[in-house]
Each structure stands twice: as structure tokens, then as C-alpha cells.
Ligand binder design. Structure first.
Ligand code: NAD
Length: 510
């Protein structure tokens, strides 16, 4: 096995803070991926045969080891992604530990066979059964590589599936480290596997006979994944890009909103799918807000994440700096004011000063395209109504944020925002609530991870129906058909389901 991996072509992994090469990992070809999936398929039935409670209990062993080794893992995640260790701990390791804890507490109840009360067929009993799908393929991005991949993998495992993870080629090391932790728990090694490589390895995984794909990544790749899954008729959950708006209402606490904008825009160097990507404020707060956001941003400390005393580390993926530069240049050329930052720092590491743009308009690409980097554009709007309208105008719909002093009103308006999740007076954290569904609408994807919906999505939903008593040798709808039967059915239809039919009137109580 090892010899084969060594014989494969290798891909380098770089430390974004220094530009130094830190490791090489195999680029796995289609045959290697197929073999991994075959091993996972063999391991799955024995795992699925365990009661769910027992599966979850065993998964907590993995959680316990992750927590025990948190310092080592945080250091590795930080080195590979460039993010501060505190973010590695709180954005990646903590939510993974929490997902397992939630699955262990709630999973058995959520996946318990469920009775469905039939309204007509009272002599029959219906059960909804949640059965594992088989082998689930998880294809992950580089921005929160540990959390995204393991959140989906552990949920799939709890549901009784085997899992093959394809981490991003930019950040495979933390998943390989997670695999070492898995092996150390004594669980069947083939149940959770990691295949390394770039796009073609991911494509090979979809083609390797798996039963479901959980993909997180770019919109353009998502389209290719959906097409490949459509071709093979396997379900996929797509977690794609975001362009989260943050609306500062007239009655908002401006200081809290400004701090939220700075954290929401620059945490993980802006490389968060739910990060604050555009800000709308009316004249009531605009000048104070813009000045405060710029001031707070100037106070951020940027540097190599080897020190825990930095707020912003290195940009994980060099291409994001090119995108930031392009969008800032376009905005400035169209009249935006660059209040601070917006400068690429001299190498070898990948650093870009966090940029705040004021006086933005929707003519500017920065208000419409996903930035996924350390740039916060702010726009002055005529009214709150215009802010909500512009917020909903994007082709993306992952997250949205509203800051308001009137919580009740904000909650009502939040429900009108076109996004998979909306927070009032807070940002980002919803993405790590293990008990709540997470996912997008419009081009941000479909399907949900986390919560009851995410767990059930890892299952085939099977309806089992049985007669309580079987007295009759036949049923009225069975053969033979006749003109008499047809006329009876025709007469019964309005009596049962017409405007004044019995079921139309009393169906709700049955
Ligand atoms: P990407 O689409 O380039 O890559 C994601 C993964 O897909 C990688 O593992 C990659 O190797 C693989 N891949 C690429 N081509 C493939 C193919 N043809 N078949 C199968 N797999 C293939 O995305 P990225 O640059 O790694 O991540 C950044 C994007 O991810 C951003 O747009 C961001 O908004 C999005 N994202 C979304 C969420 C979410 O939950 N909605 C979370 C994190 C990141």
C-alpha cells in the first residue's frame, strides 16, 4: 500500500506564511480511488449493523482524541492554512468536537424509525426508516478544511455510512492528520479514508461507485459536480460560494455593527463562505460606521501565525490576493474610497493588508462578485428598504446579517432575506451550530448539512407499510377491473374528496 503511494506522482504543500514547501502528498489516480471506495464498501455493512447509539459512542472516541491532540492539530492547521491558531481551534476543531457530541446525544432519536399516521388506511401501519446510503464521498475546500470535511464525514458515519474524503490539494495535511487520529482510535481503518489529489481525483471519486456526494467549494466546480452526479443519478449536497450582505439599520448599535463587520470581513482573511462580503448603511449611521470600521481595521495585527498575538495570518490561497487586487482596483477606478489597506505585502509569504472601501455602488464588481479575501466594501443606501432589496439582488444566497435595535422587527425582516441563514445582531457563528441546518439557496447550492436535515440527508428514506390485520384475500383496487368498479370510484370521488367530501371536511382530524 505504502509502496504504491510512494510510486504515485506527488504534489507539494506550501506554508502560506513563508512560501516554504512543508510536505508532498500523492496525487491519487482513478484506480487508487476506486480501490479506496471498494475497501470502504466492504467495511460499511458491519458498521451499519451496529446500533446507532453504539456507532455514536465509538465516534466519541475519535472526538476525545481530537480534543486531546487539539494543540498539535491547531498548529498543523495554522501552518497549512496560514490562519491564527485561535481560529484553527475555534473555527475548525471545536465545531468538529461539537458535531460528534450533538450526534451522540441527538442522533439516535432523529434516526429512530418514525410512525406516519395514515388518514384513510387505518388498517395499515406505516414506518419511515432511515437507512445508510452506503459510501459517501466528501469533497472539501481549503478555507476551513478540517471542519467542513470532518463535519460531513462524521455525520455520514453516524448514519451508518462509510466515507471517503477528498481534501483540497491546497490543504490535505490536516485531513491526513485526522485520519491518523481515526486509525489510533482502533476503529476499522477502511471506514474512513482520505484520497489526495486535485480535481481529477475528486472526479474519480464521484465515478467510483459511491452513493452520495457532499461537495463544498466554488460555484463553477459545483456545476460540474452536479452534472457528474446527475449523469450517475447519485444525490449530491452542494455548499457553494456566498456574498453575505450586512445591513445596518437606522436604530442599530453602530459600535457592535462596526466590530462585527471587521471580524466578519477579516476573520480567516475573509476566506469564509459566510464572511461579510458587502455592507449597506443609510445616512443615519454611514459616516460614523465607515470611520469606525476603518479605525478598527487599522488596529488589526497581521503577521505569521507562528505567533498567537496576530489577528490576521497569511492568505491561504495566493489566487485570493489577485482577486482582492482586481476588485479593489475596479472599485477605486469607479469612485470608491480606499480607507485603509489594499496592499500586497512583499513576499515570500502571502499577505495582503485588510482593505476597507467606502462609497461603493453596485456598478462595482466588489459588490457583486464573491471576494473571498480581506476586503470589506461599504455602500451608502437611500433607505433600509433599498438595503434589503439590494441584499436580495445577488445570484448567491448563503448567509445574511441584519443589525437593528428592534429585534422583533429585525426578526420579521430577516425572514424576507434570500439566504440559507440570517443572523440578527451577530455574524458567522450560525455556520457552526451543530443542531441547525446549514446551506444555501440560489447559486450558493442546495441540500443541507448539520442538524436533523443534514443527518437525515445521509440516509435513504424508506417507507415500510404493513397491514395490522389481513382478513381479505383481495382489495377493492386490485384486478379484475370493470365498468361497475369504475362507476363506483367515480361516485366515491366527490363524496370523499370533492368540495363537500368527507375527507375534505374532516381529513385534518383523521
Ligand atoms: P474548488 O471548487 O476549487 O475546490 C473544492 C474541491 O473540489 C477541492 O477539493 C478540489 O480539488 C475539488 N475539485 C475541483 N474540481 C473538481 C471536479 N471536477 N470534480 C471533483 N472535485 C473537484 O473550491 P475552493 O477554491 O477549494 O474553495 C473556495 C470556494 O468554496 C469558495 O467559493 C467558497 O465560498 C466555497 N466554500 C463554500 C462553503 C459553504 O459551506 N457553502 C464553505 C467553504 C467554502
Amino acid at each position: 500500500m505504502m509502496d504504491k503511494a510512494e510510486a504515485m506522482e506527488q504534489a507539494p504543500v506550501y506554508d502560506p506564511a513563508t512560501g516554504g514547501r512543508i510536505a508532498e502528498v500523492p496525487i491519487m489516480d482513478a484506480a487508487a480511488v476506486r480501490a479506496a471506495v471498494a475497501r470502504a464498501r466492504d467495511a460499511q455493512p458491519a458498521w451499519a449493523a451496529l446500533p446507532l447509539k453504539e456507532r455514536c459512542r465509538r465516534l466519541t472516541r475519535f472526538r476525545d482524541l481530537i480534543v486531546e491532540r487539539a494543540d498539535t492539530l491547531a498548529t498543523l492547521i495554522s501552518r497549512e492554512t496560514g490562519k491564527p491558531r485561535l481560529e484553527a481551534l475555534t473555527h475548525e476543531i471545536l465545531p468538529v468536537a461539537d458535531v460528534v457530541t450533538w450526534l451522540a446525544h441527538r442522533g439516535p432519536r432523529i434516526l429512530r424509525p418514525r410512525r406516519v399516521a395514515l388518514r384513510w388506511f387505518k388498517h395499515k401501519k406505516s414506518l419511515i426508516v432511515y437507512r445508510p446510503r452506503g459510501v459517501v464521498g466528501v469533497i472539501a475546500p481549503w478555507n476551513t478544511p478540517f471542519h467542513v470535511a470532518l463535519r460531513d464525514a462524521l455525520t455520514a458515519l453516524a448514519a451508518g455510512n462509510a466515507v471517503v474524503v477528498k481534501p483540497s490539494e491546497v490543504t490535505p495535511l490536516c485531513l491526513l492528520a485526522a485520519k491518523d487520529v481515526w486509525n489510533a482510535t482502533g476503529m476499522p481503518e477502511d471506514l474512513l479514508q482520505v484520497v489526495t489529489g486535485a480535481g481529477p481525483t475528486g472526479a474519480a471519486l464521484i465515478d467510483a461507485g459511491i452513493q452520495k456526494v457532499n461537495f463544498t467549494g466554488a460555484v463553477s466546480t459545483g456545476r460540474r459536480i452536479a452534472a457528474a452526479c446527475g449523469e450517475r443519478l447519485i444525490p449530491c449536497t452542494l455548499e457553494l460560494g456566498g456574498k453575505a450582505p450586512l445591513i445596518v439599520c437606522d436604530d442599530a448599535d453602530v459600535e457592535r455593527a462596526a466590530r462585527a463587520i471587521v471580524w466578519g470581513g477579516f476573520a480567516n482573511n475573509g476566506q469564509l463562505c459566510v464572511g461579510v462580503e458587502r455592507v449597506y448603511a443609510t445616512a443615519a449611521n454611514y459616516d460614523t460606521l465607515v470611520a469606525r470600521v476603518a479605525e478598527l481595521t487599522r488596529g488589526l495585527r497581521q503577521g505569521a501565525p507562528a505567533s498567537d498575538e496576530v489577528d490576521l495570518g497569511a492568505v491561504t490561497f495566493a489566487r485570493q490576493i489577485d482577486t482582492a487586487e482586481r476588485l479593489v482596483a475596479d472599485a477605486c477606478q469607479k469612485g470608491a474610497r480606499l480607507l485603509t489597506g489594499g496592499r500586497r505585502l512583499p513576499g515570500p509569504g502571502q499577505f495582503y493588508e485588510p482593505a476597507v472601501l467606502a462609497d461603493c455602488t453596485h456598478d462595482m464588481l466588489v459588490m457583486r462578485e464573491e471576494i473571498f479575501g480581506p476586503v470589506v466594501p461599504i455602500m451608502r443606501v437611500e433607505s433600509e428598504a433599498q438595503a434589503f432589496e439590494l441584499a436580495n439582488g445577488s445570484h448567491l444566497g448563503l448567509a445574511a446579517y441584519v443589525f437593528s435595535g428592534n429585534r422583533r422587527q429585525a426578526l420579521a425582516r430577516a425572514q424576507q432575506l434570500a439566504a440559507g441563514a440570517v443572523m440578527v445582531n451577530d455574524i458567522l457563528t450560525h455556520a457552526a451550530f451543530a443542531e441547525a441546518p446549514f446551506g444555501g439557496i440560489k447559486s450558493s447550492g442546495y441540500g443541507r448539512v448539520q442538524g436533523e436535515d443534514g443527518l437525515r440527508d445521509m440516509c435513504d428514506i424508506v417507507h415500510v407499510n404493513v397491514d395490522r390485520f389481513t382478513f381479505w384475500r383481495t382489495e377493492p383496487f386490485w384486478f379484475p377491473y370493470s365498468d361497475r368498479k369504475y362507476r363506483h370510484a367515480l361516485r366515491a370521488l366527490p363524496l370523499l374528496l370533492g368540495r363537500h367530501g368527507i375527507l375534505s371536511r374532516i381529513g385534518r382530524w383523521l
